[in-house]
Design a protein around this ligand. Sequence first.
Ligand SMILES: [Fe+2]
Length: 222
Amino acid sequence: MSKLKDTKIDLQRRAVVAGAVAASSQLFSPLAAFASSKSMDIDRFVADCIAANKETDAQVAVNEVLARAVSTPGAVLAALGEPDKAGLNVLLRSPSLTIFAATWTPQMNLMPHDHLMWANIGIYTGREDNIFWKRTPEGIEAYGADALFVKDTAMLPEDALHSVTNPLQRFTGGIHVYGGDFFDTTRSQWDPETLEEEPSDGARIRRMFQRENERLGLTKET
Ligand SMILES: [Fe+2]
């Protein structure tokens, strides 16, 4: 019925990532940014994602770049810093690609939402639990879950709906890459208790992160 029935969330584990890194090494060279430096070269990472986004299967190609980045989480932390608040650190915003580091406060939750574009997530510190949802005639319904640990990546298709939790008592950080302008797309989110659908966009998500910081007394700029 719905194409959501065919929604497939691809989760790439360390072994798969290792293979992807090897396979992609010829496509996105040089690897110097990650291999020989203790700090990730953010400009190189963004440039590699832009190049990968021009491949035939852009999402897979971008995920290979992302997997390579989070395979050295220490280098990502050295470049982006240890998270100390909820926030979205935007590394690139363009009509065809958005890249940001999302940091979650301990045990932070984000209600079910869609993206209306493909999304790749790579974890560089902490853990991010995803519940996957699908639309039904009565509303949305949870149908799957997965826990993403450090070095894991996930590829969510355009029609994916998910809610996100940081189950840890410490901060989680992930690099999120979207196949479009995440901040200029009107999407949907669902009330976590009633599952009522509401409009959402990048500004609303930003405000949620700010409120989370206020709730915890973390008042730095996000
Ligand atoms: Fe999301």
